[in-house]
Design a protein around this ligand. Sequence first.
Ligand SMILES: C[S@@+](CC[C@H](N)C(=O)[O-])C[C@H]1O[C@@H](n2cnc3c(N)ncnc32)[C@H](O)[C@@H]1O
Length: 333
Amino acid sequence: MVLGMADSPKPLSECMRGRNSAYYKAGGTRIYEDFSTYAQSEEGLLTRAQAREFHRWAQNRPKPYWRVAEAGGGEGAFAHGFLQELKALDGKSGTDIAGRIHYTLLDFSQPMLKKAKARLEKEGFGSQIDTHEWDASGDEPPLPFASHDLVRCNELLSDLPAQAYARMGEQLMEARYDEKMNPHLLPAEWQALNDLERKLVLALPPKYILPINRAALQAALALAASLNAGGKLDVFDYGFYLAADFDLPPQMWNDTIVREFNGQWTADLNFLYLSAALAAEGWSTRVEPQEDYAKRWKGKEEGKRAEEGLDYEEEEDDIQEDDFFYHLRVQKQ
Ligand SMILES: C[S@@+](CC[C@H](N)C(=O)[O-])C[C@H]1O[C@@H](n2cnc3c(N)ncnc32)[C@H](O)[C@@H]1O
């Protein structure tokens, strides 16, 4: 393919940054018309599972109030499911946890923050939420240092500008993208990577484009810095972590590692990179499939459905709806 100067392929991070900001900040964007997430899936199993875990945890740590923050909260579905489930659990067990949560929504999109606020007010949670404009790929720290019991995000980090590399034998290649989202592999210097990134690219199979989600790492570090001593950061997103994830031919992998939804680009989250880099910064990390996490915290009434995955849709081919969706837990060591 011959490309002119104007359409020469660009680093993935550059392609993602402008597009995603324009997409999410536009007043007319209806995200759930363009894609689905487990936050808004009808049964809300993921957010309810987390509410159950939090409810158990909070009962053992009585406090006048708890601080929870959510980054990239979209239209407020994940917040709503969480608070609603806590309220239901309070009703069943005679506790008073839901009403004593102060919930902060962080997003770089004013329209998203407004929609989330309106939804939570309508559902009766207005007095306990606040909204804060924050760009997760900027330099501004999101929240006061060491203040949160729980910070959560669903499908935010995969939206943040990522770099992308592949190894061809001993040669490092950078994946650059044209306007049509075709990857072009161009020779790059190994010095473009830091030690950890280099080790990872050398340890993983050649020919596969590997996102190095540097902005996601910076955002996770900033969010983790806002945790108090016993606090947890939970990242829910899609990407790769297990060896079995590479059971796809490289061509198929490379064609789907970056996806487009109505003009917005999203890149798989490299959970190996994220967890190793956070651990190198002194955080304790654990990654597991979201399905395992959700099953562990399912309620009794859902026990009979425990063999089903996170979602409730038909399985297509050999790939289940919830394959490639992971939960990363970050805590102080
Ligand atoms: C894929 S949507 C997910 C929404 C919701 N968490 C869910 O799971 O349904 C991504 C959300 O992250 C926000 N977002 C994307 N990039 C961001 C950035 N750089 N800083 C802050 N928020 C961002 C978007 O505005 C949107 O609300």
